[in-house]
Design a binder for this molecule. Structure first.
Ligand code: TMP
Length: 224
């Protein structure tokens, strides 16, 4: 059986990722594709427990250092990669994932303005995506790389206003505008290392969903 496809939907607050993932999954399933939807942080039983900790009242009150956050998001990603993503890809599934490793760079490094943590990110990121260290070559190999990353690029002002209207949220939504501007810049930086497409997510959600479907369909055809 051929390996499935790993597609990550990324974007800042209020970009409409969740809606897009649900829509893409429904249309692709209607077309007979075998699809699973998942998310980060989370996506496996224990990773969801780590998610609860990340968004807990304790985390809101104690403001864990971005290095602690980096490690928590990475720990959730290890579980998610091992328990959910790799097995689904092995079964030939299309995995549609709400967020992935670019979020960690965008939020914990760029958003938090902790450039000193970039080397930590490089190291922990490889590990969290299932890479192994090859001492003979002095390098990491085998990290899980998304086949396609769809970046829903929303102006932070627009996205935060949309997020304000939602009833569910987390304490990352409460950060100042400058934080979200840095997050957006961070995405542009980290996305250059992966195959990606960018959608203007300031448009009405219906247009965003339609463009996402066109781009994902084209990718699946080209990569078949
Ligand atoms: P969401 O489920 O609504 O997308 O919220 C997830 C929040 O977690 C969002 O504010 C971004 C944040 N986040 C990070 O800060 N780093 C990460 O690595 C991931 C995956 C999410």
């Amino acid at each position: 059986m051929s390996r499935g496809k790993f597609i990550v939907i990324e974007g800042g607050e209020g970009a409409g990722k969740g809606e897009c993932v649900t829509f893409l999954a429904r249309v692709l399933r209607d077309r007979g594709k075998k699809v699973i939807t998942t998310r980060e942080p989370g996506g496996s039983s224990f990773a969801e427990e780590i998610r609860n900790l990340i968004f807990s009242e304790a985390a809101r009150v104690h403001h864990p250092d971005p290095l602690t956050q980096l490690n928590l998001f990475a720990a959730a990603r290890i579980e998610h990669t091992i328990q959910t993503i790799r097995p689904a890809l092995k079964k030939g599934r299309i995995v549609l994932c709400d967020r992935g490793f670019p979020s960690t760079f965008a939020y914990q490094i760029a958003g938090e303005d902790r450039r000193d943590l970039e080397p930590h990110f490089r190291f922990i990121d490889q590990m969290s995506r299932g890479a192994t260290w090859d001492p003979s070559k002095n390098t990491w190999s085998g990290a899980l790389v998304p086949d396609l990353t769809v970046f829903l690029d929303v102006d932070p002002e627009v996205g935060l206003e949309r997020a304000d209207r939602r009833t569910t949220g987390n304490h990352f939504d409460e950060k100042e505008l400058a934080f979200h501007r840095r997050v957006r810049d961070g995405y542009y930086e980290i996305l250059s290392v992966v195959r990606h497409v960018i959608i203007d997510a300031n448009q009405p959600m219906e247009t965003v969903r339609k463009e996402a479907l066109q781009l994902v369909s084209a990718f699946l055809r080209s990569d078949a």
